[in-house]
Design a protein around this ligand. Structure first.
Ligand SMILES: [Zn+2]
Length: 197
Protein backbone atom coordinates (compact mmCIF):
# COMPACT_ATOMS: atom_id res chain seq x y z
CA UNK A 1 0.00 0.00 0.00
CA UNK A 2 1.55 3.33 -1.04
CA UNK A 3 0.88 6.73 0.53
CA UNK A 4 -1.89 7.67 -1.87
CA UNK A 5 -3.72 4.38 -1.29
CA UNK A 6 -3.29 4.87 2.46
CA UNK A 7 -4.86 8.33 2.19
CA UNK A 8 -7.77 6.91 0.22
CA UNK A 9 -8.19 4.09 2.73
CA UNK A 10 -8.50 6.52 5.64
CA UNK A 11 -10.14 9.26 3.59
CA UNK A 12 -7.59 11.95 4.48
CA UNK A 13 -5.83 14.48 2.27
CA UNK A 14 -2.20 13.97 1.20
CA UNK A 15 0.08 15.67 3.72
CA UNK A 16 -2.49 15.35 6.52
CA UNK A 17 -1.34 16.23 10.05
CA UNK A 18 -0.88 13.69 12.83
CA UNK A 19 -4.15 14.84 14.44
CA UNK A 20 -6.11 14.44 11.20
CA UNK A 21 -4.66 10.95 10.64
CA UNK A 22 -5.52 9.87 14.20
CA UNK A 23 -9.09 11.20 13.92
CA UNK A 24 -9.58 9.44 10.58
CA UNK A 25 -8.31 6.17 12.01
CA UNK A 26 -10.60 6.43 15.06
CA UNK A 27 -13.54 6.89 12.69
CA UNK A 28 -12.50 3.88 10.57
CA UNK A 29 -11.95 1.76 13.69
CA UNK A 30 -15.39 2.63 15.09
CA UNK A 31 -16.97 1.42 11.85
CA UNK A 32 -14.91 -1.72 11.37
CA UNK A 33 -13.55 -3.04 14.68
CA UNK A 34 -15.42 -6.22 15.79
CA UNK A 35 -15.71 -4.92 19.38
CA UNK A 36 -17.16 -1.52 18.59
CA UNK A 37 -19.30 -2.09 15.55
CA UNK A 38 -22.92 -3.22 16.22
CA UNK A 39 -22.97 -5.51 13.19
CA UNK A 40 -19.82 -7.45 14.08
CA UNK A 41 -17.36 -5.25 12.20
CA UNK A 42 -15.10 -6.08 9.32
CA UNK A 43 -11.74 -7.48 10.41
CA UNK A 44 -10.13 -7.16 6.97
CA UNK A 45 -11.17 -3.52 6.67
CA UNK A 46 -9.91 -2.80 10.19
CA UNK A 47 -6.51 -4.35 9.48
CA UNK A 48 -6.17 -2.44 6.21
CA UNK A 49 -7.10 0.81 7.96
CA UNK A 50 -4.58 0.08 10.70
CA UNK A 51 -1.78 -0.50 8.16
CA UNK A 52 -2.68 2.76 6.39
CA UNK A 53 -2.73 4.55 9.76
CA UNK A 54 0.75 3.32 10.72
CA UNK A 55 2.20 4.24 7.34
CA UNK A 56 0.74 7.76 7.27
CA UNK A 57 1.62 8.42 10.91
CA UNK A 58 5.29 7.52 10.49
CA UNK A 59 5.44 9.62 7.31
CA UNK A 60 3.82 12.62 9.07
CA UNK A 61 6.21 12.27 12.02
CA UNK A 62 9.29 12.10 9.81
CA UNK A 63 8.21 15.38 8.20
CA UNK A 64 7.56 17.07 11.54
CA UNK A 65 10.87 16.09 13.04
CA UNK A 66 13.52 18.73 12.92
CA UNK A 67 16.18 18.32 10.26
CA UNK A 68 18.52 16.59 12.64
CA UNK A 69 21.00 14.78 10.41
CA UNK A 70 24.45 14.83 12.06
CA UNK A 71 26.49 17.87 11.08
CA UNK A 72 23.45 19.74 9.73
CA UNK A 73 21.77 22.73 11.28
CA UNK A 74 18.55 21.63 12.99
CA UNK A 75 15.19 23.18 12.13
CA UNK A 76 11.53 22.43 12.59
CA UNK A 77 8.69 22.23 10.09
CA UNK A 78 5.97 24.79 10.76
CA UNK A 79 3.86 24.16 7.72
CA UNK A 80 3.73 22.54 4.30
CA UNK A 81 1.48 23.79 1.53
CA UNK A 82 1.13 23.32 -2.20
CA UNK A 83 0.07 25.48 -5.08
CA UNK A 84 -0.19 23.40 -8.24
CA UNK A 85 3.19 21.74 -8.61
CA UNK A 86 4.96 24.24 -6.36
CA UNK A 87 5.57 23.14 -2.77
CA UNK A 88 6.12 25.53 0.14
CA UNK A 89 7.87 24.60 3.38
CA UNK A 90 7.83 26.97 6.35
CA UNK A 91 10.81 26.22 8.59
CA UNK A 92 11.80 27.50 12.02
CA UNK A 93 15.50 27.70 12.77
CA UNK A 94 17.98 29.59 14.90
CA UNK A 95 19.88 32.30 13.02
CA UNK A 96 23.52 31.51 12.25
CA UNK A 97 26.51 33.49 11.07
CA UNK A 98 27.99 32.57 7.69
CA UNK A 99 26.85 29.72 5.44
CA UNK A 100 25.41 26.47 6.77
CA UNK A 101 23.68 23.34 5.52
CA UNK A 102 20.24 21.97 6.30
CA UNK A 103 18.87 18.54 5.29
CA UNK A 104 15.21 18.77 4.34
CA UNK A 105 13.15 15.54 4.34
CA UNK A 106 11.88 15.29 0.81
CA UNK A 107 9.90 12.90 -1.33
CA UNK A 108 11.01 12.76 -4.92
CA UNK A 109 8.25 11.74 -7.27
CA UNK A 110 9.74 9.57 -9.97
CA UNK A 111 7.94 8.17 -12.98
CA UNK A 112 6.60 4.71 -12.13
CA UNK A 113 8.98 2.13 -13.68
CA UNK A 114 6.15 -0.38 -14.24
CA UNK A 115 3.66 1.72 -16.21
CA UNK A 116 6.02 4.54 -17.30
CA UNK A 117 3.70 7.17 -15.89
CA UNK A 118 0.57 5.93 -17.67
CA UNK A 119 -1.09 4.77 -14.45
CA UNK A 120 -2.37 1.66 -16.24
CA UNK A 121 -1.09 -1.74 -17.24
CA UNK A 122 -2.76 -4.31 -19.48
CA UNK A 123 -4.06 -7.58 -18.13
CA UNK A 124 -4.85 -10.60 -20.28
CA UNK A 125 -8.41 -11.93 -20.16
CA UNK A 126 -8.94 -15.73 -20.00
CA UNK A 127 -5.56 -16.50 -21.60
CA UNK A 128 -7.03 -15.11 -24.81
CA UNK A 129 -5.86 -12.29 -27.02
CA UNK A 130 -8.07 -9.73 -25.28
CA UNK A 131 -6.31 -7.29 -22.94
CA UNK A 132 -7.98 -4.97 -20.53
CA UNK A 133 -6.35 -1.89 -18.94
CA UNK A 134 -6.23 -2.00 -15.14
CA UNK A 135 -4.80 0.50 -12.65
CA UNK A 136 -1.07 -0.10 -12.35
CA UNK A 137 -0.42 -2.38 -9.35
CA UNK A 138 2.93 -0.74 -8.62
CA UNK A 139 1.81 2.90 -8.30
CA UNK A 140 -1.93 2.40 -7.76
CA UNK A 141 -2.74 4.38 -10.91
CA UNK A 142 -0.95 7.60 -10.02
CA UNK A 143 1.86 7.13 -12.54
CA UNK A 144 4.57 8.01 -10.06
CA UNK A 145 6.71 6.16 -7.57
CA UNK A 146 7.65 8.12 -4.48
CA UNK A 147 11.12 7.87 -3.04
CA UNK A 148 11.83 9.28 0.40
CA UNK A 149 15.15 11.01 0.88
CA UNK A 150 16.78 14.21 2.11
CA UNK A 151 17.59 17.30 0.17
CA UNK A 152 20.80 19.01 1.26
CA UNK A 153 20.48 22.76 1.03
CA UNK A 154 23.43 25.15 1.44
CA UNK A 155 22.09 28.28 3.07
CA UNK A 156 24.11 31.39 2.25
CA UNK A 157 24.07 34.65 4.26
CA UNK A 158 22.12 36.22 1.35
CA UNK A 159 19.41 33.56 1.68
CA UNK A 160 19.27 34.22 5.42
CA UNK A 161 18.77 37.93 4.72
CA UNK A 162 16.06 37.21 2.13
CA UNK A 163 14.37 34.64 4.38
CA UNK A 164 13.47 32.63 1.28
CA UNK A 165 15.06 29.91 -0.80
CA UNK A 166 13.77 28.74 -4.17
CA UNK A 167 14.87 25.31 -5.36
CA UNK A 168 14.04 25.00 -9.01
CA UNK A 169 12.60 21.65 -10.08
CA UNK A 170 12.39 20.26 -6.54
CA UNK A 171 8.60 20.59 -6.26
CA UNK A 172 5.99 18.08 -7.36
CA UNK A 173 6.23 16.20 -10.63
CA UNK A 174 3.47 15.87 -13.18
CA UNK A 175 4.25 12.78 -15.31
CA UNK A 176 1.55 13.62 -17.88
CA UNK A 177 3.09 16.99 -18.64
CA UNK A 178 6.64 15.85 -17.73
CA UNK A 179 6.95 19.06 -15.71
CA UNK A 180 8.34 19.75 -12.26
CA UNK A 181 7.34 22.50 -9.87
CA UNK A 182 9.66 24.35 -7.53
CA UNK A 183 10.25 23.97 -3.81
CA UNK A 184 10.21 27.14 -1.73
CA UNK A 185 11.71 27.27 1.75
CA UNK A 186 10.52 30.11 3.96
CA UNK A 187 12.96 30.68 6.81
CA UNK A 188 11.51 31.85 10.12
CA UNK A 189 14.18 32.70 12.65
CA UNK A 190 13.48 31.94 16.30
CA UNK A 191 15.59 32.34 19.45
CA UNK A 192 15.33 28.62 20.09
CA UNK A 193 13.51 25.60 18.66
CA UNK A 194 10.44 24.25 20.40
CA UNK A 195 10.86 20.81 21.95
CA UNK A 196 9.80 18.13 19.48
CA UNK A 197 7.17 15.70 20.71
ZN1 LIG B 1 2.59 2.59 -12.33
Amino acid sequence: MNNIQSCQELNVRAGATEAEIKAAFRQAARESHPDSSPNGGNTVRFQTAYKAYQKLLSEARSHQKSGDLPGRTPFQFLNRTRNGLDVFYDLALVKKEGAFTIAVPWTSEEVCPRCFGQGQTLTQLNQGSVYRPVPCPRCGGTGHADKFSHLEVKVSPEMVRAGKIRLKGAGSYDPKEARRGDLYLNLNFVSRLAKSN
